[in-house]
Write a protein that binds this ligand. Structure first.
Ligand SMILES: O=C(O)CCC(=O)C(=O)O
Length: 264
C-alpha cells in the first residue's frame, strides 16, 4: 500500500482502494449470499436484523439489509477479511479494529426519468450513531461486490468534510441531493468538492464517520451491489459504557468480528 494513504485519509476523510482487497472467489460467493438473503434464505438459520428492505419488497426499492453476516457464511467471511482490518489500522494508526455493524446495499438499476427512491442523500454517518461517545474513532469500509463504474451510482465523498464538525443536516433517505447540498452548505472558508468512489469488484473505500457522502441513481443496467462495514478502533467506546441499539452486539465477536489486533 502506498505510504501516503494515511496522509490522504487525514486530509480528505476517505481513501479509495481501487486495487481489489477481496479476492474474486469470495466476492462471488458473498454476491450469491446476497441473492439468498434477498430470497429470504438464511443458511445459518439466523435471520438478519430488522431491515428497511424485506424479501418480497418491490424490485426498484433500495435494498438495505442489516447485519447480513448473521445469515450468510460467505458474507461473514467477507466482512471478517483481514486486509480490511489491516488497511483500516494503517490509515487510522489503530491497534484494534472491530466490525460493529454491517449493511448489505443493493441499488437497483433504473432508467433516466424513472421514479424510484434508490438514491442515498447527503449525510454524515455520525448523525445516526449516537450510541457511541462523541470522540469515538469510527469509519466505514465499503466493499464493491459489482463493478461500481461512474454510471452505477457510486458513492461520492465531499473532500475534507470530516473536518467540518457534526453538522447534523443530512438525510440518508433524501432523494433531492441538490436541495440537500444547499441546505447543508460548506462552512465559511471551505469548498464543496466531490470525489466519486469508482471501484471494481473487491475494491474498498474507507470513510470517516463525519465525511459527507451520497450516491445517485444507477443507470448501469445491473444492480449495484456492496457491503457497508462499519468499524471501530480501540479509540471508540459506546456512550456511557452502555450496549444499546447499534452497539448492542459489540461484546460478541461471533457477530462483530475483530479484524485487526484484539479487544483489550
Ligand atoms: O451505498 C451508498 O450509496 C451509501 C452508503 C453509505 O451511506 C455508507 O456506507 O455509509
Amino acid at each position: 500500500m502506498p505510504a501516503n494513504l494515511r496522509d490522504d485519509y487525514d486530509r480528505d476523510g476517505f481513501i479509495i482502494h481501487d486495487a481489489p482487497l477481496i479476492e474474486r472467489d469470495l466476492v462471488d460467493r458473498a454476491s450469491e449470499g446476497m441473492d439468498a438473503l434477498r430470497r429470504g434464505e438464511y443458511e445459518t438459520g439466523v435471520p438478519p436484523q430488522s431491515s428497511y428492505w424485506n424479501p418480497g419488497d418491490p424490485a426498484d426499492k433500495l435494498c438495505k439489509i442489516e447485519l447480513p453476516q448473521l445469515a450468510s457464511r460467505a458474507i461473514m467471511e467477507l466482512v471478517s477479511h483481514s486486509d480490511i482490518g489491516r488497511v483500516a489500522a494503517e490509515i487510522t494508526g489503530a491497534d484494534m479494529v472491530q466490525v460493529w455493524w454491517v449493511q448489505l446495499l443493493g441499488k437497483p438499476a433504473t432508467t433516466p426519468g424513472q421514479e424510484a427512491a434508490t438514491r442515498v442523500g447527503w449525510h454524515q454517518d455520525r448523525q445516526y450513531w449516537g450510541a457511541w461517545e462523541a470522540d469515538a474513532q469510527l469509519l466505514t469500509a465499503w466493499v464493491a461486490v459489482s463493478d461500481v463504474a461512474a454510471d452505477a451510482g457510486p458513492m461520492r465523498f465531499v473532500d475534507g468534510s470530516h473536518r467540518w464538525g457534526l453538522l447534523d443536516r443530512g438525510d440518508f433517505y433524501g432523494q433531492d441531493n441538490d436541495a440537500l447540498k444547499d441546505e447543508i452548505g460548506a462552512p465559511d472558508g471551505e469548498t464543496w468538492a466531490e470525489t466519486p468512489a469508482i471501484l471494481p469488484p473487491g475494491g474498498v473505500s474507507f470513510h470517516d464517520c463525519q465525511t459527507f457522502h451520497a450516491s445517485g441513481s444507477n443507470h448501469s443496467g445491473e444492480m449495484r451491489r456492496s457491503f457497508a462495514i462499519h468499524l471501530r478502533t480501540n479509540r471508540a467506546e459506546p456512550k456511557d459504557g452502555k450496549r444499546q441499539g447499534l452497539t448492542q452486539f459489540i461484546d460478541d465477536e461471533s457477530r462483530c468480528p475483530v479484524i485487526f489486533g484484539a479487544l483489550s
